[in-house]
Design a protein around this ligand. Structure first.
Ligand SMILES: Nc1ncnc2c1ncn2[C@@H]1O[C@H](COP(=O)(O)OP(=O)(O)OP(=O)(O)O)[C@@H](O)[C@H]1O
Ligand SMILES: [Mg+2]
Length: 329
């Protein structure tokens, strides 16, 4: 295939070596730290090597600041400098400033309907109320007929978060610097694999993302932070949290590495807001077509996607003139 050279050759060695062009002269492909701060998307079918690549990137990027991994299946302990086994021992701290933030978080995590969110907003008077939200719902006397049904459905959803014991606690955001254990040069892994429901994993994932944002907004942590979001299709739910987050944090020095096996299910805003794209092997025609369209791949390059090996990827990055096939290192 045709491969291209860098847009500009200066500074290219200041970055992460992703791999080399797959045909001679096997030009090394570096991606700059600044480009990772405008987010990276890794897609590929199951078993195509996404996690292995994200692990390498998190490990290399930590030299520019700190890396944080939302480790859905407990796969990153080998590379982690500090592991938080969420759900084991101490409850994980979720920073919430305003009761409405708690409502927003649960709306996202539990995919609440508007009446459910409305009722929840009525019940949560302070952030800490989230910890006893089941009691609050249970003891609530419905004031209107619609609230009877809403109360029951809300109860069913919220119990998904609380039936496995005290997994999380609500803290003031100002306490957060003691709770998100990252520091310069360190790769911190939040192991979510002990959490028994998808909703709990999602809650903690969003809690950590909020905490990272809070620390950067307040200038508590000065260096860049790179966050690997594994299983992004699960983190996203139906609303727009991740989309908004991607757009908001780029000016804060937070770079996300969004990993998913289902590009066809991704919101186009996620595609638009990730300026590095790494495509590993994909099998489904829908997935291939979605990613090819978003990257504007020509038919020849697109036709390679279902044949890529573990060590291969089609990569788009600002420093490259066009998407190219590379052999990963
Ligand atoms: N470059 C490679 N060469 C050989 N084997 C590899 C390579 N990269 C990954 N593997 C192996 O392939 C398997 C799947 O890799 P990995 O877990 O990174 O894939 P994945 O895309 O994250 O899969 P999933 O969708 O299941 O999360 C692992 O056992 C890993 O060791
Ligand atoms: Mg994986």
């Amino acid at each position: 295939m045709v491969y291209s050279m860098y847009n500009s050759s200066n500074e290219i060695e200041d970055g992460v070596l992703l791999g080399r062009t797959s045909t001679p002269p096997r030009i090394p492909i570096y991606v700059k730290q600044a480009d990772f701060l405008r987010h990276c998307l890794i897609v590929g079918t199951t078993g195509s090597g996404k996690t292995s690549l994200a692990m390498k990137l998190a490990n290399e990027l930590k030299r520019y600041g700190a890396s944080v991994v939302l480790d859905w299946y407990g796969e990153y302990s080998r590379v982690g400098d500090y592991i938080v086994d969420v759900g084991v021992g101490e409850p994980v701290a979720i920073p919430i400033e305003d009761p409405l933030d708690a409502v927003f978080l649960l709306e996202e995590v539990l995919d609440l309907s508007s009446p459910q969110a409305y009722l929840l907003a009525k019940l949560l008077k302070k952030p800490k109320d989230l910890e006893r939200v089941i009691d609050l719902i249970e003891t609530y006397e419905p004031e209107a007929r619609w609230e009877v049904e809403t109360k029951a459905s809300l109860m069913r959803k919220v119990s998904l978060l609380l039936k496995y014991g005290k997994v999380f606690k609500v803290v003031q955001p100002s306490e957060v610097d003691r709770l998100v254990e990252f520091s310069k040069g360190r790769l911190t892994v939040f192991n979510l694999s002990n959490l028994k429901t998808l909703e709990l994993r999602r809650l903690v994932a969003l809690g950590v993302l909020n905490a990272v944002k809070y620390l950067k907004e307040r200038g508590v942590f000065k260096d860049s932070v790179f966050v690997v979001v594994e299983e992004a299709h699960n983190v996203m739910a139906k609303s727009k949290f991740l989309q908004k987050y991607l757009a908001e944090v780029r000016k804060l020095g937070i770079g996300l590495i969004v990993v998913t096996q289902s590009p066809a299910g991704l919101d186009y805003e996620i595609m638009n807001n990730t300026n590095i794209k790494v495509v590993k092997a994909l099998k489904s025609a829908d997935d291939i077509s979605a990613i090819s369209k978003s990257m504007n791949l020509d038919a020849k390059v697109a036709s390679l996607i279902n044949k890529l090996g573990y060590n291969e990827a089609v990569v788009e990055a600002p420093s490259l003139i066009e998407p190219i096939l590379i052999e990963l290192t």
